[in-house]
Design a protein around this ligand. Structure first.
Ligand SMILES: [Cu+2]
Length: 465
């Protein structure tokens, strides 16, 4: 039997039941942090290589994957506001790829979009500077033309944390949870539907979902918490199409942030919702007694078109166990009532209003064409976009390079001001947001973030000049 001891450390060793071999391996582990090899102040210089690898993703099996620096998920890029970031990227895959820094505000040629592929054997240096007030939880993934869903499913995704120059939250244990799912054949290989099969049609419609739900590559791990303790969880939905409604029975989250960082004030939330590519920051409060345990669940959510809705869509899934240590209860840290100010983008400054119509597989009745510009906007402009979903399934909208503020969802004014780069647009509804094209001229993608939809043409190009 082939053994993969090093790989087991990176992704935890799972037993055939999906539980771990022992108490230690059961605990949620975290991807390595990329090592900064720059000595210069406020500079982070790292290397990332995409290559084929064989990892023990499933118990007792070896899976052919694509991996950033040999691990799935890839290592976490941790940086600070104001940092100059230099990523030396090497593509050791046999196909073109790229790294898209999802949610970051950077020059267009650094965005890793389908317009900037890195060829097999090729290299690219991604260089950008993180602006003030952009602290938050982001992620990175490939974005090659028509192959994004495949490459992410093969294992290319990783976390990206931008730390604040001055974080308003008190020090507390922090966890990065990268949610993903996948589909495996009995031999451990990844399962992709064959073209022209019923399964392929369902994948194309729903987006490829897998029954195996992973957190940092682990199945049903455990997070330890001490009674009274408050933990800060940064959660990323890196799934191609699965959305999450997270809940802890009997208690609520204190949601403190989303895609573009912290809210102005914490918000009590019985559940948190993440469509594809969305992020949340929540505080989990250890309200239970020492030695007890509870679970984090994924509640059912009907994002589907009726004709391809899976029979089991109403099931609730346990994602992880929250296990209380036997240590005596500690006094919880105090969370500030106000965390920061998010200036509202002024709607009276908007000079252009657009409607972007999402239909199945198309945007504004057109499929993606790399040679076409769909929307032209002026550098410096404020614009109000309405994303209108005219079909019977949800589509999450993502705009590259710029964060926006949602004004209303289906006419209901947004209650909590927040910075977003991805927003779910439920079936037969619309979402309105304001965006400021303040810098970085060039061509930018906007698309549905169900990766199968994006790959099949549900994407357009915005050119800012
Ligand atoms: Cu879609």
């Amino acid at each position: 039997m082939v053994r993969w001891p090093i790989l087991c450390v990176a992704i935890a060793c799972l037993t055939p039941t999906g539980a771990s071999a022992g108490a230690v391996a059961d605990t949620l582990t975290f991807p390595a942090i990329l090592v900064n090899r720059s000595k210069a102040p406020r500079t982070v210089e790292v290397s990332i290589t995409a290559s084929a690898a064989r990892l023990a993703l499933m118990p007792g099996k070896v899976t052919d994957v694509f991996a950033f620096n040999g691990s799935v998920p890839g290592p976490t890029l941790e940086v600070r506001e104001g940092d100059r970031v230099i990523v030396h990227f090497t593509n050791n895959l046999a196909e073109p790829t790229s790294i898209h820094w999802h949610g970051l505000h950077l020059p267009a040629n650094m965005d890793g979009s389908p317009l900037e592929p890195v060829q097999p054997g090729g290299k690219k240096d991604y260089v950008f500077t993180l602006e003030p007030n952009t602290a938050g939880t982001y992620w990175y993934h490939p974005h090659p033309d028509v192959r994004t869903g495949y490459q992410v499913a093969k294992g290319l995704y990783g976390g990206l944390i931008v730390r604040a120059a001055r974080d308003p939250l008190p020090a507390m244990p922090e966890k990065l949870l990268i949610l993903s799912d996948n589909r495996f054949n009995p031999d451990g290989s990844l399962n992709f539907s064959s073209p022209r099969t019923a399964e392929a049609i369902v994948d194309e419609e729903n987006g490829r979902e897998g029954k195996v739900m992973l957190i940092n590559g682990q199945v049903k791990p455990t997070i330890q918490i001490r009674s009274g303790e408050v933990q800060r969880w940064r959660i990323v939905n890196a799934g191609a199409s699965r959305v999450y409604r997270l809940a802890i029975p009997g208690q609520s989250f204190l949601q403190v942030g989303t895609d573009g960082g912290l809210f102005e004030r914490p918000v009590e939330a019985k559940e948190v919702f993440l469509s594809n590519s969305e992020r949340v920051e929540v505080l989990v409060r250890g309200t239970e007694a020492p030695g007890s345990s509870t679970t984090v669940q994924n509640l059912p959510y009907d994002r589907y078109a009726v004709q391809t809705r899976p029979a089991a869509w109403k099931e609730t899934h346990t994602l992880l166990t929250l296990a209380y240590t036997r240590e005596p209860r500690v006094t919880p840290v105090t969370v500030p009532a106000t965390m920061r100010v998010i200036p509202a983008l002024d709607t009276s400054r908007a000079t252009v209003r657009r409607t972007i119509v999402f239909a199945q597989g198309m945007i504004n009745n057109r499929m993606m064409d790399m040679a076409r510009v769909d929307v032209r906007a002026k550098l410096g402009a404020y614009e109000i976009w309405t994303i209108q979903n005219v079909v019977g399934m949800d589509h999450p909208f993502h705009l590259h390079g710029y964060r926006f503020q949602v004004l209303d969802r289906n006419g209901v004014p947004e209650r909590v001001r927040r910075w977003k780069d991805t927003i779910n647009v439920p079936k037969h509804t619309s979402v309105r947001f304001i965006v400021h094209f303040d810098a970085n001229p060039g061509k930018w993608m906007f698309h549905c973030h169900i990766l199968d939809h994006e790959d099949h043409g549900m994407m357009g190009i915005l050119e800012i000049n």
